[in-house]
Design a protein around this ligand. Structure first.
Ligand code: PLP
Length: 405
């Protein structure tokens, strides 16, 4: 069992108050998680002791900064069981990682090609494909969900045709908490000779990721949702594909040799996809976040979060007029809900006055809201530092707000 009070001590922000002195109850972890002191310390250490541009200098600081980035690359590769650290590309986040794949890998897709997405995708896994579809004359096909929030796997299977060029889907829904059968989905795509991208932004904070076991061609996630710094993301890509793909952005760091007026060659993996100066301090500090997750224990984190999820779900259901969106078996610790016809924005604002931080709105998933026939939801989501007492405060607050209407 985890000692949650000890874990909380590592997150100074959890001691602060909001709304005239109320203790903060932070339940917006799906949007971003808080950062333990060890990660902040790693950032400060980077700025105070090893700030120098990476891969460029022979001087001591530059080498130390480079070593730190490359250390994180190896940590990430091990964390998701990539075959090689050269398959790990640092980006600004999941969004940039998916844009990279859509722009670079997608450039080969010819007019009339079909891209399979799902209706539960985050805008980050929709809009880059739409931009590509617009450019290349492609068609987007959308997998529907059941009312409980499970993907319609029969429809997914049926959408493949000899025109399908790629499939892209989330591992875990940021609204419904649904865990998609990604291994099976990748296998179906591959049986049609179609590569698959998995948006892992909501899976990576809660479960052990094994990209080789999943078998996916691309996997994207963000540091800031995994107790890490902002501005750092990861694209995992299978080496064969990454090697064939053209660069995404051009600039320093990503070149072999630059010639004018033409004839520039590009660096080897992974640097071919890392143009310009990365957030090397943030990348270095991301390793400390992975340390935090592994030292705490990913399984222990998940067990604690699921206990909170079950408890909170049961207590919420006691509230009259409560509707929870996303009720699939084994879902991740995200609860999207509405009470009667109380607008999610009103609920969120009043909860904030009681010290409860939740997300309200469409959660960057407008097509999903349309599918559910609602304008938005209130969303509470849990991380390892949340407690049962916080859930009690949350329930009390939701009950109080519900009674106000
Ligand atoms: C948060 C999120 C993203 C986007 O991540 P960024 O860090 O904002 O780039 C993409 N997909 C899902 C499922 C998410 O939850």
């Amino acid at each position: 069992m985890l000692d949650i009070s000890k874990i909380r001590e590592q997150f100074p922000i959890l001691k602060r108050t909001v709304a005239d002195g109320r203790p903060l109850v932070y339940l917006d972890n799906t949007a971003t998680s808080q950062t333990p002191h060890s990660v902040v310390e790693a950032i400060v250490d980077g700025y105070e002791h090893t700030k120098a541009n990476v891969h460029r200098g022979v001087h001591t600081l530059s080498q130390e900064a480079t070593d730190k980035v490359e250390h994180t690359r190896r940590r990430v590769a091990a964390y998701i069981n990539a075959a090689s650290h050269e398959e790990i590309i640092f980006t600004r986040g999941t969004t940039e990682a998916i844009n990279l794949v859509a722009a670079s890998f997608g450039s080969r897709f010819l007019r009339g090609g079909e891209i399979i997405l799902t209706v539960m995708e985050h805008h980050a896994n929709i809009v880059p494909w739409q931009l590509l579809a617009e450019r290349n004359g492609l068609v987007i096909k959308v997998v529907n969900i059941s009312d409980a929030g499970a993907l319609d796997m029969e429809m997914y299977r049926d959408l493949f045709s000899d025109r399908t060029v790629t499939a892209a889907f989330c591992h875990v829904s940021n609204v419904l908490g649904t865990v998609n059968p990604v291994k099976e989905m990748v296998a179906i795509a591959h049986s049609h000779g179609v590569p698959a991208l998995v948006d892992g932004a909501q899976a990576s904070p809660h479960m052990r990721i094994d990209v080789q076991e999943i078998g996916c061609d691309f996997y994207a996630f963000s540091s800031h949702k995994m107790y890490g710094p902002t501005g750092v993301g990861v694209l995992y890509g299978r080496r064969e594909l990454l090697e064939e793909m053209p660069p995404y952005q051009g600039g320093g760091e990503m070149i072999g040799h630059v010639r004018l007026p033409e004839g520039t060659t590009f660096a080897a993996l992974p640097f071919k996809f890392e143009a310009g100066t990365p957030d090397y301090v943030g990348i270095a500090a991301f390793a400390a976040a992975l340390d935090f997750m592994e030292q705490t224990g990913i399984e222990a984190i998940a067990a604690h979060e699921h206990e909170l999820l079950e408890y909170a779900t049961a207590r919420l259901m006691e509230i009259k007029g409560m509707r929870i969106f996303g009720t699939t078996e084994g879902k991740e610790p995200v609860i999207s809900f509405l009470v009667r016809d109380i607008h999610p924005y009103d609920m969120g604002m009043l909860l904030d006055r009681l010290g409860i931080a939740v997300r309200t709105g469409h959660h960057c998933a407008q097509p999903l809201m349309e599918r559910l026939g609602i304008p938005g939801t209130v969303r509470a989501s849990f991380a390892v530092y949340n407690t049962r007492e916080e859930v009690d405060e949350f329930i009390k607050a939701v009950t109080r707000v519900s009674n106000m209407f």
